[in-house]
Design a protein around this ligand. Structure first.
Ligand SMILES: *Cc1c(COP(=O)(O)O)cnc(C)c1O
Length: 394
């Protein structure tokens, strides 16, 4: 089939897409409508943590779809009970509200914090967020985001999200008023270009929020579920937040997210929160399988090993070609190209059969499957070098 044979015009144009239609995926590989094969270091934006179409997810989807797809969120179902139990058992939190997207989980976190502020802090509702942060595309999560491109859009925004500077505690303190209920941040800012909150900053924020009676909310939609080689990104800093949100990797490719909170903060009352598909057995069962896989002995150590191999390769490449440094942890890494050739590299790599992401003009971001092989990392580095040389040449 040719690209022109696909009637793509019926889709709303929400982004510029290359003239490709992907038909099949397996592990770290994707195939387009012409049969061309691509090595995928984007993986649905850090979503397919076990790669494309892993057998464990295919099997769970098939089995669960024959047993029970949804009884309505007004009733308990077995997979959502297991999902919540798995999340609680492997974290410092006690309560879970399953959701369908990262934005929805964050929207829930904002509502929960405001509810808590109403009950415990005399109506405090402001949540301090950070410049360049990304929390989703609903109106409230766009308002919470510090992404500069969002600023002029969809005015008026939802009020109550003053922006501080990441890794600058004084900038947070300066924004605290009697209306402040919490601080929300990504342990590593993903869309901004893989910019980590330092462990010291996370610990200082935990101390500050505790002292001032405020909530610490971590948006782990991108960093959670093993992406940084620990199960949760905030574990590196050794802090226990009040609220955590998950998405992306939690479903391993299916729409699944979660709002996770401590017992003390979980103050929703009947009617405050809900949703038709929230906690549906089909997606919840996949989440359980993903968590079982990622928590299996040796899996996270393997993510660490793959992350080291990838960063060593990128370091060597950077040294050879005179590029800049690396940021990130585990298998969420970004390479500074020191020149605005990101999109040229992405385009050239696509031609050569490699999918990469450039979150900023001078950066490349790497977010392969967590079970990416050493051979695939080697192959990626080979193609990347050719694309870099090509882009630097022109
Ligand atoms: C992707 C992302 C979101 C939004 O998740 P969606 O599933 O696209 O709504 C929120 N926060 C962070 C940190 C993300 O990376």
């Amino acid at each position: 089939m040719k690209f022109d044979d696909f009637p793509v015009d019926a889709l709303m144009q929400i982004t510029t897409r290359p003239p490709l239609v992907f038909l099949r995926g397996e592990g770290s590989w994707l195939w387009d409508h012409t049969g061309k094969r691509y090595l995928d270091f984007v993986q649905g934006w850090a979503v397919n943590c076990l790669g494309h179409c892993p057998e464990v997810i295919a099997r769970v989807l098939a089995d669960q779809s024959r047993r029970l797809i949804t009884p309505s969120p007004a009733f308990y179902n077995e997979p959502s009970i297991r999902l919540a139990q798995r999340l609680v058992a492997s974290s410092s939190f006690q309560r879970v509200f399953p959701a369908n997207s990262g934005a929805e989980a964050n929207e829930g976190a904002i509502k929960l914090a405001r509810r808590w502020g109403t009950k415990n802090r005399g109506g405090a509702f402001e949540i301090i967020t950070f410049e360049d942060s990304f929390h989703g595309r609903t109106l409230a999560t766009m308002s919470a985001s510090g992404k500069p491109q969002f600023r002029p859009l969809f005015e008026p925004k939802v009020p109550g999200f003053p922006k501080a500077k990441l890794n600058d505690l004084a900038s947070v303190e300066a924004l605290i008023t009697d209306k402040t209920v919490g601080v929300m941040l990504e342990p590593i800012q993903g869309e901004a270009g893989v910019i980590p909150a330092t462990d010291e900053f996370l610990r200082a924020l935990r101390e500050l929020t505790r002292e001032r009676g405020m909530l610490l909310i971590v948006d782990e939609v991108q960093t959670g579920v093993g992406r940084t080689a620990k199960l949760w990104g905030h574990e590196h800093a050794g802090v226990a937040p009040d609220i955590m949100t998950l998405g992306k990797g939690l479903g391993g490719g299916v729409p699944l997210a979660a709002l996770v909170a401590t017992e003390a903060v979980s103050c929703f009352e009947p009617g405050d929160q809900g949703g038709t598909y929230n906690g549906n057995p089909l997606m919840a069962a996949v989440g359980v399988a993903v968590l079982d896989t990622v928590s299996a002995p040796g899996f996270l150590a393997g993510v660490g090993d793959a992350g080291r191999l990838l960063s060593e390769g990128l370091f060597a490449l950077s040294a050879r070609l005179g590029l800049g440094g690396l940021t990130g942890r585990g298998l969420l890494l970004a390479l500074d190209l020191r020149r605005d050739i990101g999109s040229a590299v992405v385009d050239d790599a696509l031609e050569r059969g490699l999918l990469l992401n450039s979150p900023r003009p001078h950066l490349l971001r790497f977010m392969p499957a967590l079970n990416v092989s050493a051979e695939e990392i080697g192959k990626m580095l080979e193609i990347l070098e050719r694309s870099l040389l090509q882009a630097m040449d022109s």
